[in-house]
Design a protein around this ligand. Structure first.
Ligand code: AKG
Ligand code: FE2
Length: 292
């Protein structure tokens, strides 16, 4: 396991040629202190309010995307994956209009890119905590791109932009990725590893020393996972808001949108291993067929 040294950047008024080159080569970027600590506490507060609203109103899906529930350190119900968060918060909606986020569209080159506030899963808040009852303390290897196939399209260029709400040093787990895998062909994108089931660290995987307020960006085709924290309870808490930057036809979601099949695939990680072995090949075949 290796940590990247000297490869974080600052994002100001422009993306620099060096940053673009780094991204093209590696498939990811890390910007330090994208927002300050005060803003981060406001965002955390905002996410807590959204969670409270959803729980109070017994909302279990937003625009067809299931919320993932677990248990927090104090035994209370926690939403561990919350979709379309900005639909419930003016402050988060405003954040998506930050002109510096618009700069990131350039990373997709000539494509007509946009912030997918109303598309895919919208602004997603992932909340990991390592306690009994938590359903979300890690995430197996995957790329984000095959979700396009389940939404009935070819794989289109996209970025996932993560605003980190908690400090998370490399040793406390967090995002791990395989630099450069965004340029692999379709076969490697689909078959390099077993989606979501495989949690094995790789010797050349990369991780980060994250401080709350940092931004990470990864290409949708890049292989990545989330390493579980070695800590239990409060010290293991990790919250990240993911902003999709997408291309292709505008496909907004709404209250009657269907649940995409990939949410069922992600749930495979909870199946016993025999069931996984039976289910996985047929799912992968389905992915492969729908992309031809
Ligand atoms: O939590 C993270 O940093 C990554 C989450 C992720 O890869 C995903 O939700 O697809
Ligand atoms: Fe992902």
């Amino acid at each position: 396991m290796q940590q990247f040294q000297h490869t974080s950047f600052a994002l100001d008024k422009h993306i620099t040629p060096e940053q673009i080159e780094f991204f093209n080569q590696n498939g990811f970027l890390h910007f330090k202190n994208f927002v300050d600590k005060k803003t981060i506490s406001e965002f955390i507060h905002e996410v807590e309010n959204v969670q409270e609203h959803l729980l109070q109103n017994n909302i279990t899906k937003v625009n067809g995307i299931p919320l993932k529930f677990g248990t927090d350190v104090d035994g209370k119900t926690l939403i561990q994956r919350l979709a379309f968060a900005s639909h419930y918060s003016k402050k988060l909606q405003q954040f998506l209009k930050d002109p510096r986020l618009q700069l990131l569209l350039q990373l997709l080159g000539n494509y007509d890119a946009r912030i997918g506030e109303n598309e895919k899963d919208g602004l997603v808040v992932n909340h990991y905590v390592n306690v009994e009852g938590s359903k979300y303390s890690r995430l197996g290897w995957h790329t984000d791109s095959p979700r396009d196939i389940f939404l009935g399209s070819r794989i289109l260029p996209m970025l996932n932009v993560g605003l980190h709400l908690d400090d998370c040093a490399f040793d406390n787990g967090g995002l791990r990725l395989l630099a450069g895998t965004h340029t692999q062909g379709l076969f490697r994108l689909l078959f390099r590893k077993k989606y979501f089931i495989n949690h094995e660290p790789e010797k050349n995987e990369r991780g980060f020393d994250i401080e709350a307020g940092d931004l990470t960006i990864h290409d949708g085709r890049l292989w990545h996972r989330v390493q579980q924290s070695p800590n239990i309870g409060e010290k293991s808490r990790r919250r990240v808001m993911y902003i999709p930057i997408i291309t292709g036809a505008y496909r907004p979601k709404h209250g009657l949108s269907k649940t995409p099949f990939y949410h069922k695939l992600a749930q495979l990680q909870h199946l016993p291993s025999l069931a996984k072995r039976l289910a996985f090949p047929s799912l992968v075949k389905r992915v492969a067929l729908s992309n031809t």
